[in-house]
Design a protein around this ligand. Sequence first.
Ligand code: MSP
Length: 644
Amino acid sequence: MAKDSFYVTTPIYYPNDKLHIGHTYTTTAADTIARYKKLQGYDVKFLTGSDEHGQKIERSAKEHGVTPKEYVDEIVESFKDLWNLLEVDYDVFLRTTDPKHEDVVQYIFKNIYDKGDIYKDKYKGWYCTPCETFWLERQLEDGKCPDCQRETEWVEEESYFFKMSKYEDDLLKFIEDNPEFIQPETRRNEMINFIKDGLEDLCISRTTFDWGVPVPVDEDHVIYVWFDALTNYLTGAGYLTDQDEYNKYWPADIHIVGKDILRFHTIIWPIILMAAGLELPKKVFGHGFLTVEGGKMSKSKGNVVDPVKLVNDFGVDAVRYYLMREVAFGTDGSYSTESFIQRINSDLANDLGNLLNRTLAMVDKYFNGVIPKPGPATDYDEDLKDTARKEIAAMTEDMDKLQFSTALEHLWTLIRRNNKYIDETTPWILAKDKDKKDELGTVLYNLLESLRIVAIALKPFLIEAPQKIWNQIGIQTDLAEESWSRAEEWGLLESGINVNKGEPIFPRIDMEEYFANQVEEDVDNEDGEDEEKVSEDYINFDDFTKLDLRVAKVLEAERIEGSNKLLKLQVALGEEKRQLVAGIAKHYEAEELVNKKVLMVANLEPATIFGVESNGMILAASNDEGELTISTVDRDIPSGAKVK
Ligand code: MSP
């Protein structure tokens, strides 16, 4: 059948917490593919959603004193808000509590049960509730979950079992016959080895809690949450509700998942489908993890990066660009705000932003803002056009392999080639010579034409910038109507149209100012609460004792070079010496701080601020007018004294 449809999915997320930048990574990647395929003319269906059943959700709801449904309803709204903020253009938001989906889960269960591949027995084994995973004794590591290293619980209950073992050979054969099924290659081998170690039958029902889809043949049981969750991909395709839709989109073209859940998608899921007599998805891609300073993000470590704050601080395009550019899709990568700002400044503000600004400024200056006709060729045109053709072709190849980072690298080779082209052709020298006016026209036409191509090629990744580039270079046709193939062609830009030079689309981020503002924001947030209203969320005394507040004596103070907000302080806490960074340079001269005794939080996590290590934070108060005072002591007391 001719391929005119494309079905791409993200995992459906557990609504038991706020989503962090790691989750954002999966969804942005899927959205990038969906946008790319649409641009190529495919009829795309893009599914995301929420995985709302199971013991973990039931427990979280209990802890919050609400019903599971009330609990998930609220969190699911925050998911949708986040995807809107990131302009994730999904077609289906699948909630597993949707009755349509519950029908599909029961139908598939019953179908497999009727075939004799589900049987009742007693389960005895370990269960990891955060991962909702059953483990055998031999699979545990130091008694803990091998996936998340958390405590597991002993479970002993009557359960329904799914005959996974029966399908072991069929699955291996399928994986071998379909080398594209599991990507990337290294993970494919891991999965093959896992299967070759032998598959156990899977426990697929629970009786010790209620929050799940009832087993259709036995109302005392609820269906195992992963059986329920995986089936969402069928519901989303229209299974049982819309046969035409289902025929069009199933089998899915690609499931995008993180490496932690690849096993569920490449072992349990295909076997469910085989047992139900349905086709298997064409590809499952297991991407790597985004870590923060080398560690896994977790609430307890307090290192969770909030995508909402990032979008608010830097804009949606910057966040999407960073996520797809910084880490090769498939491998792990580490997030840091420094690398984020560096990446945005060098690629977006510098390379792309400068190319656009320089080009438009020259069109304004030399051609009254009108796109010139290309005239006689310069010595550098062929290479420029060749670069455009080659890099866009390489980009297409990478996009088809989901190698977003190298795809963008190719596009940036073209962008940088254009910047070099300006230096080579020296338009400002051509402009001085009347006889060279037509050649100057060629140069500017070629630069604008490259920018036309860049705007289209950026469409899968960025939301606002492609349209802004389009408007600034004056193209009258609708960017929404453009197709990927028009980025593959040279010379489509029309001459004689006015450009609209506007504000720079990617202003440079001042890293130093950003970090200084963060320090100030922290101070403001703390003070703000005190001023506006005393918080009604009491902390108990134990919470308070977690703070190690001390009197510190300032030994040395100096401005941090290049910064007008930050001071570097050396302080004494009794015998101990510390270095810290304080955002108070606008309010205090360095010299006037020396010998002052101030109050500080001594056990604040160390941080590097503007390249300087900071071990603690001094306390200060500020008002709405921006006046600030540091907190000092009223009577003399030795440094290191504890504040209680
Ligand atoms: N509910 C299951 C999925 C069921 S799909 C039928 C689940 N949900 S999750 O909310 O825990 O994770 C959703 C996705 O986010 C997974 O693909 C997971 O790998 C991904 N990520 C969570 N943390 C991540 C990082 N730090 N980095 C990259 N991706 C990460 O699992």
